[in-house]
Design a protein around this ligand. Structure first.
Ligand code: ZN
Ligand code: ZN
Length: 390
């Protein structure tokens, strides 16, 4: 009999009683039918024999209050299609196995798997019926991720650098190599949960899964714990790791180092280490994405006449030509001299020219400037010509 047949089978109808029949009514109905249909009373009658089996089956379930409750529950759920919550499994005591037929025969039947119901019941009932856990893999608890910070100089961050990081965090115990068991002993599989770390608790027709208390969800039991780590398999240790910071990293960026976080309990995988990079501002350079920015002070005369200025780069210096008549504040672009890019190449160097106004000049310079302003006016230059505020 497939599970669908079981659910769809009407045991009440088999016995000819209503679904709210009392225990007494069920008993009476069964006795009469059993007498009438008994093979001894109907030799050679296969039809009667079939009916006799069905009636016995129905009685086995309906005569037991707990089984009857489950059967009713299951049919009610089946009718409403409400199999969604938390799983469904037979109650404690091996489900229906005492009723003369075994739960595995009942639910192991073919045919129902095709409609999806088979999978559902197959998995759930196997677990509840004490036939051994279907899941054997234990669930080791992965170590936590660790976060830390490192501060880099501007040039270190833009060019890339290797920095040592000192960390204190749980690491696998060196005495027991992370197993948590005293050297020479080893943990054994938790008999209660069969190493799964999970147990099913049955409540009526429903089965709930919860972490196993005996092994605290780890799936294994340590009889003689390691004296150094007290059975945890991890100890706090300070270590120094070397972190290679790639070129072009910017302030606030995080670098992930897989497996460098906290060790997992009892040999479980380690977490990851996340390093937040802080970048100190530079006195000369600024950054705009992959472009490096720099401000170059120039004189008025240099902008008017044009010149070449020597500008610092990350790795040296570069001569930047300022054309005659360059406006104050203009940005000149030097290609490929900016911040190195991940995939190769580099951004640009953006040079901003900014006039430096002298606060103090000696007499010859002041005289020369006065003479110049006269000449400038004579040549027809008016700084406020075309100015909207004039
Ligand atoms: Zn356990
Ligand atoms: Zn240890």
């Amino acid at each position: 009999m497939s599970q669908r047949e079981w659910i769809e089978k009407d045991f009440y109808k088999e016995l000819g009683v209503s679904s709210d029949a009392s225990a007494d009514e069920i008993k009476k109905a069964y006795r009469k039918l059993a007498r009438d249909l008994h093979p001894d009373a109907n030799p050679g009658d296969t039809k009667a024999e079939e009916r006799f089996k069905s009636v016995s089956e129905a009685h086995a379930v309906l005569s037991d209050p707990a089984k009857r409750k489950e059967y009713d529950e299951a049919r009610r759920l089946f009718a409403s299609g409400g199999f969604g919550r938390g799983g469904f499994s037979p109650g404690a005591g091996g489900g229906f196995s005492q009723g003369g037929f075994d739960i595995n025969d009942l639910f192991g039947g073919g045919g129902a798997a095709a409609d999806g119901l088979g999978d559902l019941f197959g998995g759930l009932f196997n677990r509840g019926a004490g036939g051994g856990a279907t899941r054997t893999s234990s669930r080791p608890r992965r170590g936590s991720d660790v976060e830390t910070e490192t501060t880099l100089e501007f040039r270190e961050a833009t060019l890339g650098v290797t920095v040592p990081l000192r960390l204190t965090s749980p690491l696998p115990c060196t005495t027991c190599h992370g197993s948590g068991a005293k050297p020479g002993t080893s943990p054994r599989v938790c008999p209660r949960c069969n190493g799964t770390g999970i147990v099913s608790r049955n409540q009526g027709a429903f089965g709930f899964s919860e972490p196993c208390d005996d092994c605290r969800g780890t799936g294994s039991i340590i009889d003689s714990p390691c004296e150094v780590c007290h059975g945890n398999g991890v100890t706090n240790r300070t270590r120094t790791i070397t972190v290679r910071v790639p070129a072009g990293v910017s302030d606030g960026q995080k670098i992930r180092l897989a497996g460098q976080g906290e060790a997992g309990l009892r040999g479980a995988p380690s977490g990851d280490l996340f390093v937040t990079v802080r970048v100190r501002p530079d006195k000369v350079f600024g950054r705009n994405g992959d472009d490096l920015t720099v401000v170059v002070p120039v004189s008025y005369g240099e902008l008017v006449l044009g010149t070449t200025v020597s500008v610092p780069t990350l790795e040296g210096r570069v001569g930047v030509k300022i054309p005659a008549g360059t406006a104050d504040g203009r940005i000149l672009r030097v290609r490929g001299r900016g911040v190195p890019k991940r995939g190769g190449g580099a951004g640009d160097l953006l040079v901003t020219v900014k006039i430096a106004v002298p606060q103090k000049l000696d007499d010859p310079a002041v005289d020369a400037l006065k003479t110049y302003l006269e000449a400038e006016k004579a040549s027809g230059f008016d700084p406020r010509a075309g100015w909207a505020g004039a």
